[in-house]
Design a protein around this ligand. Structure first.
Ligand SMILES: Nc1ncnc2c1ncn2[C@@H]1O[C@H](COP(=O)(O)OP(=O)(O)OP(=O)(O)O)[C@@H](O)[C@H]1O
Length: 233
């Protein structure tokens, strides 16, 4: 079943066409990975899908009925992980998760504890965010995106700053979420992560999709293919 349908979505700034019109569909439990060099348009596309920015053209529909312009209903069903930490630095780890849980109708106190364990920060739950390492902050951002069992998980460079153990854990959690029916879109510069997680990998350059891989089976070969494309982007 199609969960996300983007039709001719584009973004033009006065001085720049950041994203040329793009159309795609994603099914329940599918993972779409966005790759490409700096300035390729990955964050622009994720911001549009997260309803953080208005498209210049085009539409997005979630779950076949909820349009992007019905912002409240739309964002209730998505989890969003930004590429930079927001400003809640005066909170503890648990307070931050509870703060975000309050905005997610399906999130509960029990889920906050579950996620704290999942991201390996249960023992640091009373630690102030300012005292966390970069990788720990990244895990916390990932954890808040999982709150409320989103139908669509949108993540901007989620593995930045993660050590190899947590990159593996991230990939395992992504697969668990997919198996539970969550659809996932994330950007990455890590070709092995893209090859491992992506059912579909879109390779972008200067706001356009220049190549698309689907249903990757041979991880090693595909990682090399993606690296080759990255060199050309
Ligand atoms: N607010 C803005 N005003 C004008 N141009 C912008 C704005 N935001 C982004 N751009 C431009 O849009 C293009 C795409 O940027 P975007 O952040 O989507 O790239 P990206 O693929 O996420 O890059 P990176 O890998 O460096 O994060 C870039 O050329 C960027 O300079």
């Amino acid at each position: 079943m199609t969960i996300v349908k983007a039709d001719q979505l584009s973004k033009k700034y006065p001085s720049k066409q950041a994203l040329a019109p793009i159309s795609f569909e994603i099914s329940t439990g599918e993972c779409l990975v966005l790759c490409g060099g700096n300035g390729a348009g990955k964050s622009t596309l994720i911001h549009l899908l997260a309803a953080l920015s208005k498209p210049t053209t085009g539409t997005v529909v979630l779950d076949s009925t909820i349009p992007l312009k019905n912002r409240q209903a739309y964002v209730e069903h998505i989890g969003y992980m930004p590429d930079e930490f927001p400003s809640q630095l005066g909170m503890t780890v648990q307070e931050m998760l509870e703060f975000y849980a309050a905005y997610r109708p399906a999130a509960s106190k029990a889920q906050v504890s579950f996620i704290l364990n999942k991201i390996g920060l249960f023992d640091q739950r009373t630690t102030f965010i300012t005292s966390l390492s970069k990788g720990m902050r990244q895990r916390l951002l990932f954890g808040q995106a999982l709150l409320g069992e989103p139908r669509l998980l949108l993540m901007d460079e989620p593995t930045n700053g993660l050590d190899p153990y947590w990159i593996n854990e991230f990939l395992a959690i992504v697969k668990e979420m997919q198996a539970a029916g969550t659809s996932i879109i994330f950007s990455t510069h890590m070709m092995d992560v893209a090859a491992d997680a992506g059912d579909t990998v879109l390779f972008m350059k200067e706001g356009k999709v220049i190549q698309e891989f689907q249903h990757i089976n041979n991880k090693k070969k595909t990682t090399l293919d993606l690296l080759q494309l990255h060199r050309n982007a």
